[in-house]
Design a protein around this ligand. Structure first.
Ligand code: UGA
Length: 456
């Protein structure tokens, strides 16, 4: 089949390369001429494990190419995917659909009469109806179909997620679109990935519901972590204890500094706005947004407390800056809130990320942050080391070496990647998330706790 992918951002580039790898012919199109030139030179604009190799082999096999204009590729395409950005609209948090509608208007005249136009971008419920209206106004006689096929891949594991999806959701309004989309995903039948056909509006909303639910799950365990810190329980035991219940499931129950990234924050905001537009209350979603924003700010307080209540003039090494490991993406990364709050309190920051130092430098703008290429250099003379993102290279630091170069051995582990006993044995004062410290264990005479059954 011939596919055209409009937009070579994260979703467009990974899906385009994966579709080509299935055996389809894919042209990835982007208005950014420099990006296309770079892709044509074999340079991949994002860090995603395995993507450069996948692009290289499929370009070499003649199945994948790149173009700055839609003309030729869209004229020939059975399916045109829209994978342009849908950022938060400045000022109100609604999804900004200008790129989706501009791309629709641009391709309308070029589409084959039997083409299927598919949104892969995350778009609010009803966007497909508007795309259909735009196309119908420009191509009144055509039989062009509009479908929705949201993408559920995670950054850092995107290729694997695409090849082995839990499910493929296709929202389509006619048999032709359903048949064509069945063909597009036929190579995945072998993996027995469930292909779920629903209405277009349901598909659009499923994407937001999935992200909102996952974000809520994280926020729930984060709030439980706060309660654990007050009560002496261990959030990792709670996560395991509830996660073994198959109705709950064990994934996305890692307490941490709050969720970030290019999707959850903007999608939750957009979903809340959609609900307002339809006069419906989504209180859980609204509370999740509020609780997560507050949590990200509150993480700096944890660091300040670990430093004895004051960070003025203190040097703090912040390790792991991207919003999660295996990506160079800094969008809404918790590290930004932590670093800016610590700078406001007079701290001096040295950051280190295994991949994202340059991206962090630009995301932090004017903030006076120094950067180091390795964690030990960042920790040189530091009064505390704070781990914000759980990169593999930060999971097995040589603690003795780290402690030696620091001026005070304080480790704040916002991802719970270390065991307390090993860190304490290495001479550190250790602070983590939702796991009890000796100091935090409530005494038997501690207020309301005496009303509760005694712990074993
Ligand atoms: C998320 C979804 O997981 C994907 O299914 C979806 O396709 C994607 O958004 C999207 O809409 O495009 P992604 O943002 O790449 O994927 O990253 P996640 O792995 O979901 O992590 C999001 C944030 O949650 C990160 O800041 C991560 O550190 C945090 N998180 C995740 C936790 O704090 N605890 C957890 O247990 C899991």
């Amino acid at each position: 089949m011939r596919l055209a992918m409009i937009g070579t951002g994260y979703v467009g580039l990974v899906s385009g390369a994966c579709f080509a790898d299935f055996g389809h012919h894919v042209t990835c199109i982007d208005a950014d001429a420099r990006k296309i030139e770079a892709l044509n030179r074999g340079e991949i604009p994002i860090f995603e494990p395995g993507l450069d190799e996948l692009v290289r082999t499929n370009v070499a096999a003649g199945r994948l190419d790149f173009s700055g204009t839609p003309d030729e590729a869209v004229r020939e395409a059975d399916v045109v995917f829209l994978a342009v950005g849908t950022p938060s609209r400045r000022g109100d948090g609604h999804a900004d659909l200008q790129y989706v509608y501009a791309a629709t208007a641009e391709i309308a005249a070029l589409l084959r009469d039997d083409a299927v136009v598919v949104t892969k971008s995350t778009v609010p419920v009803g966007t497909g109806d508007e795309i259909e209206r735009i196309i119908a106004s420009l191509r009144p006689e055509s039989g062009i179909s509009v479908a929705s096929n949201p993408e559920f891949m995670r950054e850092g594991a995107a290729i694997d997620d695409f090849r082995r999806p839990n499910r493929i959701i296709v929202g389509a309004e006619n048999d032709h679109a359903r048949e064509v989309m069945g063909e597009v995903y036929r190579p995945l039948y072998l993996n027995q990935a469930p292909l779920v056909f629903v209405s277009r509006r349901s598909a659009e909303l499923t994407k937001y519901a999935a992200n909102a639910f996952l974000a809520m799950k994280i926020t729930f365990i984060n709030e439980m972590a706060d309660l654990c810190e007050k009560t002496g329980a261990n959030v990792q035991d709670i996560a395991r204890g509830i996660g073994l219940d198959q109705r709950i499931g064990s994934k996305f129950l890692n307490a941490g500094p709050g969720f970030g990234g290019s999707c959850f924050p903007k999608d939750l905001l957009a979903l809340a706005k959609t609900a307002q537009d339809f006069s419906t209350e989504l209180r859980l979603v609204e509370t999740t947004i509020y609780a997560n924003d507050r949590r990200k700010r509150d993480m700096a307080k944890k660091v300040i407390a670990a430093c004895g209540g004051n960070v003025r003039g203190k040097k703090i090494a912040v390790l792991g800056l991207t919003f999660k490991p295996n990506t160079d993406d800094m969008r809404d990364a918790p590290s930004i809130s932590v670093i800016t709050a610590l700078i406001d309190q007079g701290a001096e920051i040295v950051g280190h990320d295994p991949v994202g130092n340059a991206q962090a430098r630009s995301a932090l703008g004017d903030s006076p942050v120094m950067f180091a290429d390795d964690p030990y250099a960042a920790a040189e003379g530091a009064d505390a080391v704070v781990i914000v993102t759980e990169w593999a290279s930060l999971r097995a630091l040589d603690l003795a070496r780290l402690g030696k170069v620091m001026s005070a051995p304080v480790l704040v582990d916002l991802r719970n990647i270390y065991r307390r006993d090993e860190v304490v044995r290495a001479g550190f004062s250790y602070h983590c998330v939702g796991r009890p410290t000796e100091e935090a264990l409530p005494s038997e005479t501690d207020g309301h706790f005496s009303d509760l059954p005694m712990r074993a």
